[in-house]
Design a protein around this ligand. Sequence first.
Ligand code: TYD
Length: 142
Amino acid sequence: MIKIKVKNSGIIELQLFDDFPDGQLVIAEVKKHIPFEIRRLYFITNVFRNRSLRGKHAHKKLEQYMFCLNGSCIIKLDDGTKKQKMIMRDPRFGIRLGPMLWHTMMRFSKDCVLLVVANDHYDESDYIRDYKEFLKLAKKKI
Ligand code: TYD
């Protein structure tokens, strides 16, 4: 399993019931797997261009976990000091997107479905969308 090197990230493994050939059941429970109360979820589908980029931002406070429910994509994580690239393709594993973690998703397969659970409602003022500003803020927080 991949080791996370960047700050404010991590991997959680969900509970799996493999009923091959009748399907796989994957379960996430708050507190047991997801360490916060979920106040919002969103999903990304229908990314048809292989060169599409999503994310390209960090959050000041928000906590999120991202799951790849189907297909695959690459996620790049950057905490302002260290960078890491991972392939997402196993729905059992969630990647923590904690505060101050610049994340970019790319190389989507056409059937890729990403699910994100978040600990708060949508708030544009929590976003850092400018990479230079992100680096400045990340250096301040060391
Ligand atoms: P954005 O977070 O930039 O998407 P991604 O990280 O997947 O590339 O969001 C795209 C647009 O959708 C932006 O205008 C904000 C809006 N949005 C909401 O209104 N609510 C939400 O919960 C999210 C995640 C985005």
